[in-house]
Design a protein around this ligand. Structure first.
Ligand code: CP
Ligand code: NVA
Length: 327
């Protein structure tokens, strides 16, 4: 039962609950099912607070609410009284009087944790410096579509051990995928995320490895993932980071060739071609980045519906189809 919950890291969900979101996302993705869900969130409003820029998160959440008959309000943090010193706690209590759910993109993870604690409605992390759970739900849907399973898959993360990587650590361990993270020593994932991944992996027999060697991580991988070396908020370190990561941690044709011959490439976007990945890999035949970007919409429609509604509100039985889709 997901109604009323906060989604901050994915650690708060069981693997069964993640599958429930992915199953509903799959049903909602089907063109044939669009009509039956179009009033599902009628009279429901989502507030979206952004401390940082966004293309995909902003547009996919607003479209998700629209397609389900609800409403979304886009709020830049600068437009709120937050910018004049109103506390996050008071903002959370005030917003809770009007809307049904809040999604926020913040610099510091402690801000989203404070918001969630003070709000009386579900709070969704739309990216913090530590975690990006909505991105990883879309990544899981994409992996399931292209590979047909999670258990036993080998995932390689190459580059910065950042917010997306931290969330993938938690998700892989929960879903039974082996994850090898290749990163420079000063850019390893959050110790809390590694600890959680190791704990969850005991139940699924998944392996969690952190290495400095991209070749080792990518060898025989089914999925290769990277992200920008310069996450939002780290721009002052741009030149230093470029020197640390390049050329060793770039996903190029040579590195990608070490993965399985049917391996796919993923990236949450926005990408910097020629930095963390070359154009020929990200725009190549085994890149699934546009499917991954599209799945933000479907997973968030499913997530919002499950956080806001009782299960009896769903119009079953829906028309379903196969979960796997060919590349
Ligand atoms: N992947 C992602 O969250 O993209 P945006 O920053 O454009 O929202
Ligand atoms: N790691 C990136 C993800 C952007 C969607 C950042 O935090 O900027």
């Amino acid at each position: 039962m997901l109604k009323g919950r906060n989604i901050l890291t994915l650690a708060e969900l069981s693997s069964e609950e993640i599958i429930q979101i992915l199953d509903l996302a799959h049903i909602m993705k089907s063109e044939r099912n669009q009509k039956i869900f179009r009033k599902l969130l009628e009279n429901h409003t989502l507030a979206m607070i952004f401390q940082k820029p966004s293309t995909r998160t902003r547009i996919s959440f607003e479209t998700a609410m629209f397609q389900l008959g609800g409403h979304a309000i886009n709020l830049s943090a600068n437009e709120l009284q937050l910018s004049r010193g109103e506390t996050i706690e008071d903002t959370a209590r005030a917003i809770s009087q009007y809307v049904d759910c809040v999604m926020a993109r913040v610099y510091s993870h402690s801000d989203i944790a404070t918001l969630a604690k003070a709000a009386c409605i579900p709070v969704i992390n739309g990216l913090s410096d530590w975690y990006h759970p909505c991105q990883i739900l879309a990544d899981l849907q994409t992996i399931r579509e292209v590979k047909g399973r999670f258990q036993g898959l080998q995932v390689a993360w190459v580059g910065d051990g950042n917010n997306v990587c931290n969330t993938m650590l938690i998700a892989s361990a929960k879903m039974g995928m082996d994850l090898a993270v290749a990163c420079p020593p000063k850019h390893t994932p959050l110790p809390e995320a590694v600890k959680l991944a190791k704990r969850f992996s005991k139940e699924t027999n998944a392996e969690v490895n952190i290495t400095e060697d991209p070749g080792k991580a990518v060898k025989n991988a089914d999925v290769v993932i990277t992200d920008s070396f310069i996450s939002m908020g780290t721009e002052p370190e741009r030149e230093k980071r470029r020197k640390t990561f390049l050329p060793k941690y770039q996903v190029n044709r040579f590195l990608f060739s070490k993965a399985k011959s049917d391996a796919v490439f993923m990236h949450c976007l926005p990408a910097h071609r020629g930095e963390e990945v070359t154009g020929e890999v990200i725009d190549g035949p085994r890149s699934v980045i546009w499917q991954e970007a599209e799945n933000r919409l479907h997973t968030q429609k499913a997530l919002l519906s499950l956080l806001l509604l009782d299960e009896e509100a769903f119009p079953w039985p829906p028309i379903t189809g196969p979960v796997t889709a060919k590349l």
